[in-house]
Design a protein around this ligand. Structure first.
Ligand code: FAD
Length: 460
């Protein structure tokens, strides 16, 4: 075999697999195949201010390249087993927390902050109690905010460290995976082949559909039944300041009285910016915030997501989510924005009304009517959640609170894996978001370490 191990994808999971494998087996021949560019050549024309609308670069620089989908994120690193993935179904909680701590310690050695926001403080406990009084449930998690600009610096440091220890092939998309002589042969889009004894697939969300197809061809079965849909809320940072200064990333869950559905807050960005995101040629919404106070806005943004779990016979949650997102693209040419008051009154927000908003939007989205995009059930759930949040953060339900849509969180299909994250094919490991087992930086990194340690054991 030419390589001892090949890693597909240089996102968080692939990077930590490479880090751990090169640390434990410095003599092993390891190659990382990544369809995007290295950390220095990743550049989104929208972020660079060259274009206003997404021009669908292939591959998308936001989602692909060294550092993966997390590279341009503001790096909220959550120390918890309660959200951010399902690795807790493979490992005991204490082992998973130790892995998350380990990945953090590596991050710190490459320049990450040591400051941690905790929910264990008296102020956080008081907040938890106040939320409970209104049937809002605060998930407990320590959290670090790396910051958008610092995150890139940390990744550059890791890249400089790793490039001396293993081979990276950028702009190299793997198209086909086949078994060969007890190992694997990977065929790239250019027609090159890479032979390896062990293969770690870490394709992330952007490679999940391709990966599902590959697994089907390899005879591996997958399951998928969920998609989360909702909006991004933007309001003056002062409204949530008493919460964001205590728990940086407060995850609140609420069960609506009307339908009994769960709505949750997700990805809170104090003093942040709302941004458009390209998901498979569809424009959806997301948010981030800088660590540097000079780069901050006056607003806080966060997602409100409603989970949809489908039952038989429907098994295409990805197509369902894309279909809803395509409606907002059809109506507004991209992301739509509506004032909460207009939504409740049943009127469209137009340019004129938006110009009168006290809350100034940080994203140049098209004013419109979200009730023409999201199903009524979702809209009702979101409105009820906003009124619930208004009880612990008065001002949330103000007329000028801005809602951007749609925000979609897709779930990758899940493979059957051992506790070492090895698939039913011996030697073939699947990690990170693309394997459907993680949904955040901490658990994605931890999954890479798990697979690397298992392979290192076998290589030794
Ligand atoms: C805008 C944004 C903000 C986020 N913010 C946060 C946050 O604050 N905190 C948090 O915990 N999480 C956050 N996340 C989620 C987090 O980034 C992901 O959970 C994490 O990056 C998953 O890591 P991964 O390695 O599994 O996948 P990814 O990071 O997606 O990496 C997968 C890599 O595989 C490559 N690839 C795919 N297919 C192929 C192929 N066929 N051949 C070669 N290469 C391939 C891709 O190009 C990509 O670089 C955010 C995500 C986004 C998009």
């Amino acid at each position: 075999m030419k390589y001892d191990a090949a890693i597909i994808g240089a996102g968080t999971a692939g990077v930590y697999a490479a880090y751990e494998l090169t640390r434990l087996c410095p003599d092993a021949k390891i190659v990382v195949l990544e369809m995007g560019g290295d950390i220095y050549s990743r550049s989104c024309p929208i972020v660079a201010g060259k274009v206003r609308d997404c021009i669908s670069c292939k591959p998308c620089s936001i989602m692909s390249g060294f550092g993966g989908a997390g590279a341009f994120s503001d790096g909220k690193y959550n120390f918890t087993t309660q959200f951010g993935g399902w690795l807790g179904e493979y490992l005991p909680d204490n082992e998973l927390l130790a892995l998350i701590d380990y990945v953090d310690s590596v991050n710190v050695s490459f320049g990450a902050t040591e400051e941690v926001f905790s929910t264990e403080t008296p102020e956080a406990r008081e907040l938890e109690k106040r939320a409970l009084e209104h049937d809002l449930h605060l998930l407990q998690a320590k959290c670090k905010h790396l910051g958008t600009e610092r995150n890139l610096k940390i990744l550059s440091n890791i890249y400089e460290h790793l490039r001396e220890k293993c081979e990276f092939r950028f702009r190299t998309a793997v198209e086909h995976i086949a078994r060969k002589d007890g190992g694997f042969v990977l065929t790239t889009a250019d027609g090159d082949t890479v032979e390896c004894r062990f293969c770690i697939a870490a394709p992330g969300r952007c490679g999940a559909e391709w990966f599902s197809e590959c697994c089907g061809k390899l005879g591996l079965s997958l399951t998928n039944n969920q998609v989360d849909l909702g909006v991004r809320v933007e309001l003056p940072a002062k409204v949530f300041e008493h919460i964001t200064s205590v728990v940086y990333e407060s995850k609140l869950i609420y069960r609506t009285k009307l339908y009994g559905d769960h709505v949750r807050t997700f990805c809170k960005n104090p003093y942040g910016h709302v941004v458009a995101e390209n998901v498979d040629v569809l424009i959806t919404v997301n948010g981030h915030s800088y660590a540097d106070p000079k780069l901050r806005s006056e607003n806080t943004n966060f997602a409100l997501l409603v989970s949809n779990r489908f039952t038989e016979p429907f098994d295409q949650p990805y197509q369902y989510g894309k279909h809803i997102a395509s409606l907002s693209n059809m109506l507004g040419g991209g992301v739509l924005v509506q004032r909460f008051g207009d939504l409740v009154r049943g009127v469209r927000t137009n340019e004129h009304r938006l110009a009168h908003s006290f809350t100034r939007p940080t994203l140049n989205a098209t004013p419109g009517d979200l009730s023409l995009v999201l199903p009524k059930r979702h809209m009702d759930n979101i409105i009820e959640m906003i009124y619930a949040l208004d009880k612990i953060a008065p001002g949330t339900a103000n007329y000028d609170t801005l809602l951007y849509g749609v925000e979609v969180k897709f779930y990758s299909a899940r493979l059957k894996l051992t506790r070492e994250l090895e698939s039913e094919l011996p030697g073939f490991y699947a990690i990170g978001d693309g394997a459907g087992i993680t949904r955040g930086l901490a658990q994605a990194g931890a999954s890479g370490v798990v697979a690397a340690r298992a392979i290192a054991q076998k290589l030794k």
